[in-house]
Each structure stands twice: as structure tokens, then as C-alpha cells.
Design a protein around this ligand. Structure first.
Ligand SMILES: C=Cc1c(C(=O)O)[nH]c(=O)[nH]c1=O
Length: 309
């Protein structure tokens, strides 16, 4: 069974990587990913200046998934640029995620990333749901188009975006129409956490995270059908772009479903947070077993071949 896959023309040993935000804020965490079985990895979304993020507790997990309102804690973009400069890009595909608080911040970071001679792939996060007072760009199609126009002009290389989940067909259409205006926008990562959920503990009769009165982004099993829908919606609408699937991957089964829905790569967030980097070995083993049981000798034998009734 062969798990190799092509991403922007680059062969990877397997389709797995971390979801931005999990196990990727510090060089120690990033080196852990670099030593893991994942074939690719992405840094924590960064801002111009370092941020400590929201007050704790800001992450909580339950049997069905996780809720977070981290508040974009990160070491500042230069830290990740330095990491990318030192990184052995032959060993693993490295993505660098940015999430500027303003259009100008994004443009300033992109100008610096573009100057840096390293092949890390840029992912522009349009969908952080947890910066108080900042509506997310992914839900404002005009702002999204304006930002992508600036990024496209400033960056001149293939890049991608991290999208929030959409829940209305007209929004899939509107978002895809914006994305398809930019040929250098080469990949789309769906989905970011399902924003502003509320987890309540029946025993304490309290919310479980401190920021924003307990409202936070949902991950894990809760979000799998929404993640699969967004992966497939953009797979159908953006035939010239590759889709990275994120959301609800806890075993080889969900990785298989994301690939079936059209994903080229598959990210693991909540399960990586809970289990550590061994999750990649486990999920790869499970995916291999599923493919063998179905007689698939390669991922392309089934990728994107979701059946409808
Ligand atoms: C970049 C901020 C994000 C955060 C955060 O730092 O709160 N949490 C998410 O679930 N998604 C994000 O995109």
C-alpha cells in the first residue's frame, strides 16, 4: 500500500500533517513535528509582534472534541521565519501560517517572507475566531477579496488560505468565486474551528474556558461532517486548487473520508493535542489497513471519488 501523494508538484511520503495551532508554537514543538511520522507540518499562525494570547483556561477537551479560545498566542513572525530559514526542507514540507491583525500587518509579514530564501509554503489564515473584537475575514467576502488581492500582488509565489467553515451553499459559491480569481492561490485548507461554540459543564454549571464568557472554536468529532462538507464543496468549486482537509480526524477512517471528499493532505488538531505525535503513526497504520481491506494500492485510486446517490 502506497501512501505517497503529490502536493504542488512535490512528492510526500504520506498525506498527514498537524493542524495549525497544535504542537507548533515553539521550536521544541516544531522539532517534535519534524521528527514525527507526519510528512508535512505547519507553524502556529503568527502576527507581527509576539502575543501571549488570552487568559487561561483557554483550551478544554471532551469525549467528542475540543473548545479553544487561545487568542493567537505566538512568538511573532520573525521567529517562524528564522525557523523556516534553518529548516531542512528536504526532510519535510513546511508551511508557514500568518494571521495578521490588520491588512498592513499581513502585507508587512508577507514582504519579509517573500525576501527570505526558503521554500516554506505560505498559508494565510482568514479565520481566527478568537481575537476579541475582530470579526473573521473569512466571513466578509469583500475584505477577503481585498486581502487576497494584496497578498497576490505582494507575494508573487504560490500560497494558500485557511478558511472558516461555511454552512450555506451560497457562501460556498461566494467564497469559491473570490478564491478562483487568484490563480497563484494554489491551496485551500478547510476548516478552521467551528467558531463560538459554548461548552457547559453540568456539574459545575459553568463554562469551561475563561476568555469570551466561554465561547470558543470547536474541534474534534463535533465538526467532522462540517469539515467534510467544506472540503468537498471547495474540491468541486476550485478544480485548479488543492484542498487540505482539517477537522474531526481521530483515526484512519476520518483521514480516509477527507481524502474521499477530495483532500490532498489531511491535518490533525485535537487528536494531536490529546495524544501527541504518536497519533500520526497510529492514523497512518489505520489508513493503510483500510486501503488494504478495500484493495486500494494508492491514494489516487480513491481520492476525490466520493459517490453520490
Ligand atoms: C489563529 C488563531 C486561531 C485560534 C486561536 O489562537 O485562538 N484558534 C483557532 O481555533 N483557530 C485559529 O485560527
Amino acid at each position: 500500500t502506497d501512501l505517497t501523494c503529490l502536493f504542488l508538484g512535490q512528492p510526500l511520503a504520506n498525506p498527514l500533517m498537524n493542524a495549525s495551532g497544535v504542537c507548533c508554537r515553539t521550536t521544541t514543538e516544531l522539532d517534535t513535528l519534524a521528527s514525527s511520522a507526519a510528512a508535512a507540518m505547519v507553524t502556529k499562525s503568527c502576527t507581527l509582534e509576539p502575543r501571549t494570547g488570552n487568559p487561561e483556561p483557554r483550551y478544554s477537551s471532551l469525549p467528542l472534541g475540543s473548545i479553544n479560545s487561545m487568542g493567537l498566542p505566538n512568538e511573532g513572525y520573525q521567529y517562524y521565519l528564522d525557523y523556516a530559514e534553518r529548516f531542512d526542507h528536504e526532510r519535510k514540507l513546511l508551511f508557514l501560517s500568518i494571521s495578521g491583525l490588520t491588512l498592513d500587518d499581513n502585507v508587512e509579514m508577507i514582504a519579509a517572507i517573500r525576501e527570505a530564501v526558503n521554500p516554506a509554503l505560505l498559508e494565510v489564515n482568514l479565520s481566527c475566531p478568537n481575537v476579541p473584537g475582530k470579526p473573521q475575514t473569512g466571513y466578509d467576502f469583500e475584505a477577503m477579496d481585498e486581502l487576497l488581492d494584496e497578498v497576490n500582488d505582494a507575494y508573487k509565489r504560490p500560497f494558500g488560505v485557511k478558511l472558516p467553515p461555511y454552512f450555506d451553499i451560497s457562501h460556498f459559491d461566494a467564497a469559491a468565486e473570490v478564491l478562483n480569481r487568484y490563480p497563484r492561490l494554489a491551496f485551500v485548507t478547510c476548516i478552521n474551528s467551528v467558531g463560538n461554540g459554548l461548552v457547559i459543564d453540568p456539574d459545575t454549571e459553568s463554562v469551561v474556558i475563561k476568555p469570551k464568557d466561554g465561547f470558543g472554536g470547536l474541534g474534534g468529532a463535533y465538526v467532522l461532517p462540517t469539515a467534510l462538507a467544506n472540503v468537498n464543496a471547495f474540491y468541486r468549486r476550485c478544480p485548479d486548487k488543492q484542498i487540505i482537509g482539517c477537522g474531526g480526524v481521530q483515526s484512519g477512517t476520518e483521514a480516509f473520508l477527507h481524502l474521499l471528499a477530495g483532500a490532498s493532505l489531511v491535518q490533525i488538531g485535537t487528536a494531536l493535542y490529546e495524544e501527541g505525535p504518536a497519533v500520526f503513526d497510529r492514523v497512518l497504520g489505520e489508513l493503510t489497513a483500510i486501503m488494504a481491506s478495500k484493495g486500494y494500492t494508492s491514494i489516487d485510486a480513491f481520492r476525490g471519488k466520493l459517490k453520490t446517490l
